[in-house]
Every structure is written in C-alpha cells, then in structure tokens.
Write a protein that binds this ligand. Structure first.
Ligand code: NAD
Ligand code: IPM
Ligand code: MN
Length: 360
C-alpha cells in the first residue's frame, strides 16, 4: 500500500526516539512491499528556533491530507516562562485535526515483569486502555494569564456532545475487550464532572452488555496501583487522563514504554509516546525508544489498517526485551543497559528475522 506519513521529531529525546521509528517504518515497507513516503516537518522548540512559531504553516500543510503523523516529543526548558512555547504546537495540532480521542494502552509485557517496582501478583494480567478526552476540558476552556494583575484562571468546561463522543469511543472499544468501562471524574466537587457522569450513564444505556462504573479520581489514583488488573477501559477528561496515564506507566516498567494514539472520527491520527522531551537525558543515547516504536505499531494498525505489520512490530519489541536489550530506565532487572540505537537495532533485527522479504 501507499501511505504518506509526516514525521515530527520535535525536541530533546524526540528526534532520538523518532529516528528508530523511521528505520522501523522503512523496514516494514521493505519487508511487506509497501510504499511509505516519510516527510519530516518542524514542531515545538525546534520550530520556534527556526521559524519563530511552534507549529509553522509549512508543518500544518505537510500534515494536511497525510495518512498519519508520528511525533517524538515537544518541550524545551529554554522557553519556560515565555509567551510562545513548544507545547502550544501539540495542542494546536490536536485541535486542528479534531483529535479528540487519545488512546493510551497500558500493557505489561511479560518480558518486563521483573522490571517494575511491583510484586508479580499485582501485575498479573494488567491490560488497561485509557481513553482520554483530548480537545476539551481545562486545557481549552477560557483562560486568563496573570499579566500585570494579581490573579489568573483556567476553566474546566465540558459540553454534552464532547462527553458523548468520547464516551462512545470508550464503549465501542470495550465491546472488543473485556466489556468493562470505568469512568473517572471528580463529581463530588466539580459541576463539569457531574455533567460528565450523567452523559456517560446515558451513553451506557445503549450498551447494556457492558459493565460501567464511576470512580472518583483521587481514589482511582490509588486503585490503579493496588488492583490494576480489575480495570479494562478507563474513560476520563483531558487533565485527569494526562496525569493518570503517566502514573499507570510504572505498571508497564517505565514511562518510556507507553504508546499513544490521538484519533479523530476518521482514520487519520497522531501517534506519539506518552513521555515528553526528557531534557534531563537528551542527547546521550539513554532514551527508551520502545514507547515510540509501539506508537508506530498503533499507527500501522489504526491509520493504515496493517494489522499483521503492527503485530510484527509489537512482537519484535517483546523479543528485544526478552533478549535483554533495554535502556537504563528499565534497568531494575540488572544486566548491561543499552543505548537508544542498540535497542532500535535489536527491534529491527527481530523484525527482519521473523518476516521474510516480499518477493513481488
Ligand atoms: P518527561 O516525560 O519528558 O520526563 C519525565 C521523566 O521520565 C524524566 O526523568 C525523563 O528522563 C524520563 N523519561 C521520559 N521519557 C523517557 C524515555 N523515553 N526513556 C527513558 N526515560 C524517559 O516529562 P517532563 O520532564 O516533566 O517534561 C519535559 C518536557 O516535555 C516539558 O517541556 C513538557 O512540557 C514536555 N512534554 C511533552 C510531551 C509530548 O510532546 N507529548 C509529553 C509530556 C511532556
Ligand atoms: C501529553 C503531554 C501534553 C499534554 C503536553 C506536552 C501539552 O503531557 O501528551 O501527555 O498535557 O497533553
Ligand atoms: Mn502528559
């Protein structure tokens, strides 16, 4: 198949992890005989330095009509406290393409079971899918910066249609999973959460075969670590989803392991690891590329409908882990930590070994 994919390296470890995905995409194209056109575009701090804007018009133009976008990370402490910041690019991209549903699977690869701070019995069968609302809530409500005044505010606003469409995504994906939806809110305090809960219950009426539960966010932050295996699909608002998915990444061994897909109603999507630009380790070959590589697998599956290729990439990550190739963030298991490139090499060779080149 032919597909145009925009690569957005961004800042910090972003370009390092994305480079490994470029190699994976080219390998997939070679092995299965696809024609992938990979187009690079500037985003974040790198784009501000080059053009003065975090999401330059040329980048938007490249993304327009592309089959998918793959992002490294944005964020650069050099822009802290300034009006123009790298993160604005990501928010604008999500809004422009109406990428309202952010899917963040948290799965423990058996190969990583010894690499987390949890006891094995807590981790048994952890397979949670966070469905995070991505284009509303407190990220996009009316806002007032302090300026020369003495206060500032952000507004947590949700409308019925916004909650309805994200709830539908959650119930739809739950149909193909363990048929349980946990909605996380703060309905004991927030009016927007009471609306959220009402709408989720209304949508639930259309899915009588799916179990639904409501859990307050503070308690959920505890339950997800105490009994992670009891959750299947977790639907929540923009900010709660941001925080809880970073927390849940510890269950998978490292923040560097988690992939994410931000999707709209159609096939197009933005794929990225859930971590940021990690300025504390950037430029030293320490970044774990597996979250971004697993995001590439999500891209193959969701935007290009290439299930076999997606699985092959996921299997190759598991094989590399089993063979002991891992960056230091997964280093609790001992052994010699590898560089970003060495992990990329290991995933690539696992991919190449299990899949013979196309003969056509
Ligand atoms: P971060 O996710 O960048 O890093 C948090 C911690 O996890 C750091 O100690 C880092 O070294 C470690 N880490 C992150 N990714 C890793 C990887 N692949 N391998 C190994 N270790 C990894 O969060 P932060 O430090 O709070 O934020 C840094 C910048 O990134 C900020 O500017 C923030 O706005 C931005 N950010 C961007 C995105 C994104 O582009 N999607 C996501 C989150 C944060
Ligand atoms: C994420 C990030 C972003 C968010 C930032 C960089 C805007 O933390 O994708 O998880 O808060 O959504
Ligand atoms: Mn985040």
């Amino acid at each position: 198949m032919k597909a145009r994919i925009v690569l957005l390296p961004g800042d910090g470890v972003g370009p390092e992890v994305l480079e490994e995905c470029r190699r994976i995409l080219l390998a997939v194209a070679g092995l299965w005989g696809h024609d992938f056109i990979l187009e690079d575009a500037l985003i974040g701090g790198a784009a501000i330095r080059a053009t003065g804007r975090p999401l330059p018009p040329e980048t938007l133009e490249a993304c327009n009509g592309a089959d998918a976008m793959l992002l490294g990370a944005v964020g650069d402490p050099g822009f802290d406290g300034q009006d123009v910041r790298p993160e604005q690019a990501l928010l604008e991209l999500r809004k422009t393409f109406d990428l309202f549903a952010n899917l963040r699977p948290v799965r423990l690869l058996p190969e990583a079971a010894d690499l987390t701070p949890f006891r094995p019995e807590v981790l048994k069968e952890v397979d949670v899918l966070f469905v995070r609302e991505l284009t509303g809530g407190i990220y996009f409500g009316p806002r007032k910066e302090q300026g020369s005044g003495s206060d500032a505010h952000d507004t947590l606003l949700y409308s019925v249609p916004e909650v309805e469409r994200i709830a539908r995504v959650a119930f739809e994906v739950a149909e193909g999973r363990r048929r349980k939806v946990t909605s996380v809110d703060k309905a004991n305090v927030l009016a927007s959460s009471r609306l959220w809960r009402r709408v989720v219950d209304q949508v639930a009426d259309d899915y009588s075969n799916i179990e639904v539960e409501h859990v307050l966010v503070d308690a959920f932050a505890m339950h997800i670590l105490r009994r992670p295996a009891t959750f299947d699909v977790v639907v929540t608002g923009n900010m709660f989803g941001d925080i809880l998915s970073d927390e849940a990444s510890v269950l998978a061994g490292s923040l560097g392991m988690l992939p994410s897909a931000s999707v709209a109603e159609g096939r197009v999507g933005l794929y990225e690891p859930i971590h940021g630009s990690a300025p504390d380790i950037a430029g030293r070959g320490l970044a774990n590329p597996m979250g971004t590589i697993l995001s590439t697998a999500m891209l193959l599956r969701h935007s290009l409908d290439l299930e076999e290729e997606a699985r092959a990439v996921e299997d190759a990550v598991a094989t590399a882990l089993r063979q002991g190739f891992m960056t230091p963030d997964l280093g609790l298991g001992g052994g010699t930590p590898c560089t970003t490139r060495e992990v990329g090499d290991a995933v690539l060779s696992a991919l190449e070994q299990t899949h013979a080149p196309a003969t056509a």
